[in-house]
Write a protein that binds this ligand. Structure first.
Ligand code: PHE
Length: 486
């Protein structure tokens, strides 16, 4: 099989892919995780390494994923298989496609629970249910929200139903169309919050917190978290970007669209920081309060501000929209696979995967109440889903695809898809062959706990390792010699 695959579905609008991929990338990761991680890992220093990880690991990996998707023109499983076969490799490589699809599905099953919190909080904000005088009061509200499996389950079920409804309507009619208003709407709400923050105190402090790069505050834990988060926030190795890439028209530049999506994603994460931290600082709260930051500290801060109630509604609408646009992308890979391979209609595929998802997400939701004690090695079901996907499956998928593209598959395929200049292509190869893999291996070493990584004192070793591996790799790989000799 050598000929290019013929596309079945394509984004219609000029911005179709960018909107959908940005919708996928911008989600709870940007508005919930990024601010609290920045708070925990010390502000500007974390922001700086995060930006470096996006640039060196996230962007090359995203280009690779889109290239796989567009070349293979199918669900991640088929796309990876076709690209591998085009290079004379066996079907076995589609294992990485399987893993991405599964990762997307697993992430979605806990993501809908957090998205459900967001909807529940929106409702509380509208109905005046977020009153309290201290962080403890807010923690009690959060606890009560999670204690009842019926209401908590109802909110995550609602998220699941809306997601399946949009996906079931199809790529253009459902996904592309809804993104056209959800994305600009979300950005407008975020801007409104920032404008408010500029005039209500705490803004200067927030800017300093986010952008003063104090090297001393940089921790290895922060760096590893930033690397893992680069995958999560760009929706990599979860089937989403590859599935969307399958609908990218041939004439679009993969590099340009990747940069646009990554820049929008980063800007929105930083904007979320600028919207959230001023309220935290203006009320003398601690930015390092962990996952509860936007569900406990922020509502408390809002209460003490003029127009805080309106702001709170705006915030949770925005959060829910951001979560929804990401949720849609996580299931697209599965739906595409069911329609292409099992001959199902879009609707049947969406609703049947919705049912399986609902069962899994119910287990995740029960981790906060009835199933709080169903733990294995100290982690409940929800934690396991999060841990397995973000610590193992996403990095492993990223590693697999990067190494496949870098060493195993025909380079012409990627030249043909990426259409970079010679030096840009060499730079991309350097990243997917060595820089991303080494970073990912560090994530694994850390997750396995076989060695304590302390970048501060060991950075020279890592750099030396990178150089040695690169030189050895290049000497051993005949393709590279061809690469530079033309
Ligand atoms: N990128 C999304 C976020 O930041 C999460 C996501 C992960 C979406 C994987 C799709 C696939 O919230």
């Amino acid at each position: 099989m050598t000929a290019r695959q013929q596309p079945k579905n394509l984004w219609i609008g000029r911005w179709g892919f960018v909107l959908a991929a940005t919708g996928s990338a911008v989600g709870l990761g940007n508005i919930w995780k990024f601010p609290y991680m920045t708070g925990e890992y010390g502000g500007g220093a974390f922001v700086l390494v995060y930006l470096a990880c996006i640039l060196c690991i996230g962007i090359p990996a995203m280009m690779t994923e889109i290239a796989f998707g567009r070349r293979g023109r199918g669900s991640p499983i088929d796309a990876v298989k076709r690209v591998a076969q085009e290079s004379g490799r066996g079907k076995i490589w589609s294992g990485f496609g399987w893993m991405s699809m599964l990762a997307g599905f697993m992430i979605l099953s806990f993501y809908v629970v957090v998205a459900g919190w967001s909807l529940a909080y929106l409702w509380k904000a509208i109905s005046g249910g977020l009153q309290g005088g201290s962080v403890d009061d807010m923690a009690a509200i959060f606890g009560a929200n999670n204690a009842n499996p019926l209401t908590l389950g109802a909110w995550s079920t609602l998220v699941t139903v809306v997601t399946m409804f949009i996906v079931g309507k199809g790529v253009q009619e459902g996904i592309e169309r809804s993104m056209r208003w959800m994305m600009p709407g979300m950005v407008l709400l975020l801007l409104a919050m920032i404008v408010y923050a500029m005039f209500s105190g705490g803004f200067g402090e927030a800017v300093t917190f986010l952008f003063s790069f104090e090297v001393g505050k940089l921790s290895s834990a922060g760096l590893l978290a930033a690397m893992g988060h680069a995958f999560f926030t760009l929706s990599l190795s979860a089937g989403a970007i590859m599935a969307y890439g399958a609908y990218l028209p041939d004439n679009k530049s993969i590099a340009r669209t990747t940069f646009t999506v990554a820049i929008c994603d980063t800007l929105i994460a930083l904007m979320a920081g600028l919207a959230i931290f001023p309220a935290i600082f203006a009320n003398g709260m601690d930015p390092a309060s962990g996952p509860g930051l936007i569900f406990m500290s922020l509502p408390l801060a809002f209460q003490q501000m003029p127009l805080g109630n309106v702001l709170q509604v705006i915030f949770f609408v925005m959060l829910s929209v951001a979560a929804l646009t990401s949720a849609v992308s996580m299931i697209e890979a599965t739906v595409a696979w069911l329609t292409e391979r099992k001959g199902m209609s879009r609707k049947a595929a969406a609703w049947s995967s919705g049912i399986v998802l609902w069962l899994l997400s119910t287990l995740a939701m029960l981790s906060f109440n009835l199933g709080a004690d169903w733990t294995l090695a100290g982690k409940n079901f929800f934690d396991w889903l999060d841990y397995l996907t973000s610590r193992w499956m996403m990095p492993l998928g990223g590693l697999g695809l990067c190494l496949m593209a870098g060493f195993l598959l025909r380079d012409e395929i990627f030249r043909d898809e990426l259409r970079l200049s010679r030096w840009q292509h060499a730079l991309w190869l350097l990243m997917v062959r060595y820089v991303s893999p080494l970073g990912i291996v560090l994530i694994f070493i850390d997750a396995l706990g076989v060695m304590t990584i302390d970048i501060g004192s060991q950075w020279a070793w890592f750099l030396a390792a990178l150089v040695v591996i690169t030189v050895l790799g290049e000497m051993l790989s005949p393709r590279v010699r061809r690469q530079f000799t033309g």
